[in-house]
Structures are given as C-alpha cells and as structure tokens.
Ligand binder design. Structure first.
Ligand code: NAD
Length: 424
C-alpha cells in the first residue's frame, strides 16, 4: 500500500467543511490510513443536481436548483436532512453529507451519509408553493431516495410537514405506502415518539458521561446553554431536571443569566408564550459572547456553527463543552482547548441522539410496529453512552482530543467495512 500523503493545507478557516476536513486528516494520520482509502472516503459516492420548475401562485414558473449528495453508502443506506435555504450550494451539501457519514459511524448505526438542499427562501413562499417544490424535488429524486438507498430527514427550513409531502409523493410513485423512505415525519404518519427530544437528550447523556470522567458532581455543577431552540431548550431542561444548575441560557435575542440558576420550565413557558426569550424577567441580560465565557462547569453551544474560535477560546472558563450544535467549535480553537484542559465532546458524538432516533423511526416503519417512549429513550441512551465510551477510549489510546477520537472511531469503522467489502 502506498503511504498516506500529507493533505493540502487548510484554505479557509471560517468554512465548517474545512474545519471538518482538518479533523478528518488528523484522524486519518493517527490511523495510518492508506492513500487509496483516504481518497475514497474524501470523495462523495454520488451527486445529483436537478432543475425544478414550479408554478408560483401568481402563475409564473420559477426554476429552482435542488441537490442530493450521497457521501458514502458503505455502512448502509445514506441518511441526512434536506435544507431549504438561499445559501444552499453543492459544496456545502457535499460537506454536510460527509459529516453525516462520520456521525452515523460514531454511533454505530447502519447508515452512510447524505444530504440534500434546494436553493430557495421558504419564508417568502406560500405553503402551496413549498408543497409543489417539495413534490417536484421528490419526483426528480425518485431514483435516489428509497428506504434501502437514501433516507432524507428535515434540516434547516424544513420540518415534518415537508417530510409528509415527500413520503406521500414517493409512495404514490411506488403505488404503496413507503413511510420508511423518510424520517422526522409527524407521529401519525409513522414518526417516532421521542424524536423531537432526541438530540437534547443525547446532549444530556453525553454531558453526564463526561462529568463522570471529570469527576464533576452533577448536583454541584453549573451550566450555560447557548441557543434555546429544539436542541438548546431540551438539553437545558433535561440537565436542569437532573440537578445541574443552569445559570445561563440564550437565543438570538441575547443571553439571560441568574447565578442562582434559571428555572427552565419557567423560561420554556415564557418562550412558548412570546416566541422568544427577549424580555425574560427572571434573569439579568448578558450577550451571547459573554455567555460563552462564563465560569461554569459545562458549556453547551446549541445554536450555530463557529462560535468558539481561536479569538475567544483563550477566555473560556468552562471545564467541559458538549456540542449540541453542528460545528460550534472552529478547528482553530481545538489546540487552545486542549492546552487549557477543557474537554470538548464533539458534535458528531454529542448531537447524534437525533439521527439515532431517526434510525429507530426507520426500524419501526420497516417492522410495521411502534415502540413506546421508554423503549426509545432506553435504547438511544444506551447507544449514546456506548459511543461516548468508545470515543473516550480512542482518545486515551491515541493521546488525542475526544474530537479526533470520534473521527478515529468513525473513519476506522467505515474504512474497515470498505476493505472487507472489497474494491474492484
Ligand atoms: P432551532 O432553530 O430550533 O434553534 C436555534 C436556536 O439558536 C434558537 O433559540 C435561536 O434563537 C438561536 N440562535 C440563532 N442564531 C443565534 C445566534 N447568532 N446567537 C445565539 N443564538 C442564536 O435549531 P435546533 O434544531 O435547535 O438546532 C441548533 C443546532 O443544533 C444547529 O447547529 C443544528 O444543526 C444542530 N443540530 C440539530 C439537531 C436537531 O435534531 N434539531 C440535530 C443535530 C444537530
């Protein structure tokens, strides 16, 4: 086998894909990955770009550009969300598809990685226009999607509503109901109980597993959570319910701090009533930047990418970071966190509870059966805990961060499977 060749230097430090590739490269080096396998795992298996003519409400026809990328189907059918956003482009979709490959491999579910997107602004479209666009996209991707081929899910700008249309259009084309073609569906169409809470629950399980390693007593621990949407609010709620004192929360309107601890049920009720935390009365206001730099045991960035960088990392005062968001830590911050002794549980592990319960949704659909919440939670907690232990062990074995340890576990699994399956 030819020796692994040093990859090209990183070009753009603000690009989440570059962040991901830099970690991929570090893990590949630790694993002594051969050049051929490196090349195979770096390149997507399939990329499809389609033009989607859609009749708008005013009678005009607009042509939208849609993509679906399958990064890898080595472990099984590819899995990944569909994004509706004006910034969607093929490079971003490629990056996000690769990210899904590693995430599924870390939690050891039998999926490859994929991602899709349509360049559009759903906030400026009517429900009917979005429905026609979703159905046109599904028809154009009939040969790509499939419960044994490629299984989409919601992502930015899409939700259970679009997944229901996708499932319906795909099913009509097949002449039978195929609910396993997509996950994140409404419950009545075969969605899984526990899916909405799954990512935040996995963050909580990861946080507890990491606190145990650091010998932090959860009943005496403090926590700050950035973002109060699906992931942030559920993570905060579950940590709070288990005795962790959540002293700060935030959303796009800013940060809210109370050194005595924030009553998360109260904050949730406020957000549900007002649709934002703006004006939340039972805390003092701080900025989102200040929240990240609070002296707390646990920091959960659960809003957006690249909030922890080489600029603010030197000022961080937490002991543990549990990444609810995708890509919240830029790769330039990694060595600084290492040097400061801050343990970072990486996104591809910490927020993989969502894809794990998506997998359970698919399993239930294929069985034609429903599990109860207890079974879903018990099994996803177990998968998260096992994955955490594996990644922690890899970080000890290779003397690397948990982030690189997660890539080591993922790449090793995909590379070994690839080699055993063989190449011609
Ligand atoms: P969401 O839209 O439900 O919530 C996002 C939250 O972040 C909101 O409270 C919003 O106000 C806040 N926010 C937005 N911009 C902000 C900013 N500049 N500063 C501070 N707060 C800001 O989204 P979500 O589903 O909770 O996803 C959050 C992150 O978690 C994303 O990175 C997403 O990719 C990732 N993620 C989500 C899931 C899932 O199952 N929902 C799974 C894996 C990863």
């Amino acid at each position: 086998m030819p020796a692994y060749v040093e990859p090209a230097p990183i070009k753009d430090k603000d690009n989440p894909f570059e962040s991901m590739m830099s970690r991929f490269d570090s893990a590949a080096k630790l694993l002594n990955l051969d050049e051929q396998t490196y090349k195979v795992l770096s390149a997507p298996t399939k990329q499809v770009t389609v033009s989607l003519p859609v009749k708008m409400d005013n009678g005009d026809v607009r042509v939208f550009e849609g993509h679906r990328v399958i990064h890898s189907n080595i472990l099984g059918p590819s899995k990944g969300g569909i994004r509706y956003d004006m910034l969607v482009n093929i490079d971003e979709v490629k990056a996000l598809a690769a990210w899904m490959t590693w995430k599924c491999a870390v939690v050891d579910i039998p999926y490859g990685g994929g991602k899709g997107g349509i360049k559009c602004d759903p906030t400026k479209m009517s429900e009917g226009e979005i429905e026609r666009l979703t159905r046109a996209y599904t028809l154009a991707m009939l040969d790509v999607f499939g419960p044994d081929r490629d299984i989409p899910a919601p992502d930015m700008g899409t939700s259970g509503r679009e997944m229901a249309w996708l499932m319906d259009e795909y099913s009509k084309a097949q002449g039978i109901t195929v609910n396993a073609v997509v996950t994140g569906k409404p419950l009545v169409l075969g969605g899984s109980v526990g899916r909405i809470e799954a990512t935040g629950r996995g963050v909580m399980v990861s946080a507890f597993a990491a606190m145990e390693k650091l010998k932090i007593n959860p009943y005496q621990a403090t926590c700050a959570v950035q973002g109060f949407g699906n992931v942030g609010s559920i993570s905060a709620k579950l940590l709070h319910e288990r005795g962790v004192k959540v002293v700060a929360i935030s959303d796009i309107s800013g940060g809210y701090y109370n050194e005595k601890g924030i009553d998360i049920e109260d904050a949730l009720a406020y957000r549900d009533k007002n649709r934002t935390l703006a004006g939340y009365p039972n805390a003092s206001t701080i900025t989102n930047e200040q929240l990240l730099e609070l002296e707390v045991d646990v920091l959960v960035p659960a809003a957006k990418e690249d909030v922890i960088t080489d600029e603010n990392a030197p000022r961080l005062r937490c002991k543990l970071i549990v990444e609810g968001a995708n890509g919240p830590t830029n790769f330039t911050a990694d060595p600084i966190l290492q040097e400061k002794g801050i343990l970072a549980v990486p996104d591809i592990l910490a927020n993989a509870g969502g894809v794990t319960v998506s997998y359970f949704e698919w399993v239930q659909n294929r069985m034609g059966y429903r599990w109860d919440l207890d079974q879903v939670n018990r099994q996803s907690d177990q998968i998260m805990k096992t994955a955490f232990d594996k990644v922690y062990a890899a970080s000890q074995k290779y003397g690397c961060s948990m982030r690189i340890g997660a890539y080591v576990v993922a790449i090793d699994k995909v590379a070994t499977t690839y080699k055993l399956r063989g190449v011609y």
